[in-house]
Design a binder for this molecule. Structure first.
Ligand SMILES: Cc1cc2nc3c(=O)[nH]c(=O)nc-3n(C[C@H](O)[C@H](O)[C@H](O)COP(=O)(O)O)c2cc1C
Length: 325
């Protein structure tokens, strides 16, 4: 196995080359490199952080790090667990397969990304099959979190198709690239229907909240979720921005600039809801120092961009900072 420093240097070199390409070519190439890279070359980090386990209902996460939703490929989930994430959120899945927005749908901005992907995904049935197959071969302690989105009826279908293979769901009500988000935030009855379905599913559920709707999150979304027994809230998704380079002309920003807003809002949420909620801080976490600051208020941390920009040794750096090992 390469040492952490040697791996970081090699990663930095490859990433600086990929950065020369437009994202739409860099993404498949970067993934292709990972796919072909034997695990043995990627530094492995033990998932267990003694004394830092977290529970969401009856599901135990052996550390508080979650890889944010993006990957729908099982081998990528495996890489993420290998690098030390306690949880991995799958790509958000809708009931029917979706091709997603036209290219270009991901561009770089301020050390992060803007995407207007609109959930390209293989659909609920296929995702359930992938999760089932993954469970057969994966024998580690990482928790796969199935990220899902749709209307109450669609969510009901996805949940029934994926049961009993899924341990935990993330209900995504928050993408700036999905019209349903506006509808859910404008109409509490529609949101309540979704929460009712999740309550019936009896599966532990995280709710991924939208950025740009802080007032609504704190005034009714969380209260409504608590009414249906949902205690875990992930703040938050990408920041809506206008970007003419994207096919849709607008999208959601991910990356380091989100961190200030993430901290301000998780502090407010903790103050308002105390220990009634399980708080997942997400957005702009890209260093062990930032992770430590967010963990002063949050129970879990989620990040995605830094997995790409900083490489897969960040979980072990965070672990070292938090537990000193
Ligand atoms: C290309 C791309 C695709 C994404 N797809 C999803 C998705 O399908 N579902 C979701 O909930 N979040 C999605 N996200 C948002 C991330 O999971 C994460 O919440 C966001 O990037 C903020 O965290 P970060 O600053 O650590 O990247 C996506 C982000 C990017 C860059």
């Amino acid at each position: 196995m390469l040492t952490e420093n040697a791996f970081d240097a090699a990663y930095k070199f490859c990433y600086s080359f990929l950065k020369l390409l437009p994202e739409q070519y860099a993404i498949p190439l970067g993934k292709g490199i990972y796919k072909r890279l034997p695990h043995i070359l990627i530094p492995e980090t033990e998932i267990h952080w003694p004394g830092h386990e977290r529970k969401i209902v009856d599901v135990t996460f052996y550390n508080p790090l979650i890889l944010g939703s993006y990957y729908s490929e099982p081998w990528m989930w495996d890489v993420a667990f290998h690098t030390g994430f306690g949880g991995v959120a799958t790509k958000t899945t809708t009931h029917n397969a979706r091709k997603g927005a036209a290219h270009p749908r991901v561009v770089r901005l301020r050390n992060g990304f803007v995407n207007c992907e609109s959930y390209p995904n293989p659909g609920g049935k296929e995702m359930a099959r992938r999760i089932k197959e993954f469970n057969k071969v994966y024998n580690g302690d990482g928790i796969l979190v199935a990220s899902i989105a749709g209307t109450a009826r669609e969510i009901e279908e996805i949940v029934s198709e994926s049961d009993p293979h899924v341990k935990c769901f993330e209900l995504n009500i928050s993408s700036p690239n999905y019209m349903l988000t506006d509808e859910l935030y404008r109409n509490p009855n529609t949101l309540e229907d979704l929460f009712r379905v999740m309550e019936k599913s009896r599966k532990p559920t995280l709710v991924k909240l939208a950025r740009g709707y802080e007032e609504e999150n704190n005034s009714f979304v969380i209260l409504l979720g608590l009414k249906y027994g949902i205690r875990a809230y992930h703040y938050g998704n990408t920041q809506p921005v206008i970007d003419s380079r994207l096919s849709a002309g607008r999208g959601g920003y991910s990356g380091p600039d989100l961190f200030k807003g993430t901290m301000e809002n998780i502090i407010k949420m903790r103050k308002k809801f105390g220990k009634d909620i399980i708080l997942i801080a997400g957005g702009g976490i890209d260093s062990a120092e930032r992770a430590e600051r967010a963990l002063e208020y949050a129970d879990f941390l989620a990040y995605l961009s830094a997995f790409i920009t900083k490489g897969p040794t960040l979980p072990r750096k965070i672990k070292r900072r938090i537990i000193g090992a």
